[in-house]
Ligand binder design. Structure first.
Ligand SMILES: [Zn+2]
Length: 278
């Protein structure tokens, strides 16, 4: 029996890459699809988008190259903190944050919830702390967690938890970290039990276009190139994408299953779910 009573879909960062607008090789805008769970004990946020400090000091927190490439809107109203307040809550009501990974467009809001526990796969936290490569020094911005988050590291066990994925149960079984590495070293999807029955699977950056769930998969050229550019493990990323695709075909709601799969940045998936009350 789920103690999650309501799930909100939030877009916590709109990005309009200028290159996409000029070339048509990518969608005209991307979102940062986050979830806010209302539970008996408080609120749980899944991913955070940009935070208020990113918007106050974008060059220092996000870097000029990232800002230029992504065309980030930096709208204060889009921060998770602002939307939490807009729903009549306070930021202190958020007891837990679950992150798919710690890239700058997913972890920026952590500093708006300094008191919350932050659940992450151990491999991801280790990668973000080590920042071993130039790619990782760009994507992981230490300023975003200089406040010292209350990290809760999770390590996948050899179990078949959650449809055989070897996931880590969270929130008394109402959520799970579903390891899908490749985009980053400890990238994870987050499964969330819906109060109305079935599950959401927030796939983070395991894929970028809704059409990548189709068989055969399709992806705008620009998004495909971007995913290749930022991956840390091509083999693992593509194998996990394939696994997710067959999972969606077998268990996805469009195919009569009970799992609604969506990724972090596809606005088509976000638009379809934004108005859904769960
Ligand atoms: Zn991302």
């Amino acid at each position: 029996m789920s103690v999650t009573t309501r799930i909100h879909h939030l877009n916590c960062a709109t990005m309009a890459p200028p290159l996409a607008a000029r070339t048509g090789l990518a969608p005209d805008h991307l979102v940062a699809h986050c979830l806010l769970l209302e539970r008996a004990g408080g609120l749980v946020l899944v991913d955070t988008g940009f935070g208020s400090a990113d918007i106050a000091e974008p060059a220092r927190r996000l870097g000029r190259a990232f800002l230029l490439a992504t065309g980030a809107a930096l709208d204060p109203a889009e921060t998770a903190a602002s939307q939490v307040r807009g729903l009549g809550f306070s930021v202190e009501d958020v007891t837990d944050v679950v992150v798919t990974h710690l890239d700058l467009d997913h972890a920026g809001g952590l500093s708006d919830f300094p008191h919350a526990r932050v659940h992450v796969l151990g491999d991801e936290l280790a990668a973000a702390r080590a920042r071993r490569t130039a790619k990782e020094r760009n994507r992981y911005r230490t300023t975003q967690w200089a406040h010292g988050p209350r990290w809760v590291e999770h390590h996948p066990q050899a179990t078949d938890h959650w449809y055989g994925f070897g996931a880590v149960p969270l929130l008394d079984g109402d959520a799970a970290l579903v390891p899908l590495v490749g985009h980053t070293r400890g990238h994870s999807a987050v499964a969330v039990r819906r109060p109305s029955g079935g599950w959401f699977l927030h796939a983070g950056d395991a894929y970028f276009s809704h059409a990548e769930k189709d068989d055969p998969p399709r992806c705008p050229t620009g998004l495909r190139a971007f995913q290749t550019m930022v991956q840390v493990d091509k083999h693992a990323r593509l194998a996990n994408q394939e696994r997710l695709r067959s999972f969606h075909t077998e268990h996805g709601t469009p195919h009569g299953g009970d799992v609604t799969v969506f990724c972090a940045h596809d606005h088509v998936e976000y638009d379809a779910l934004a108005g859904v009350t769960d």
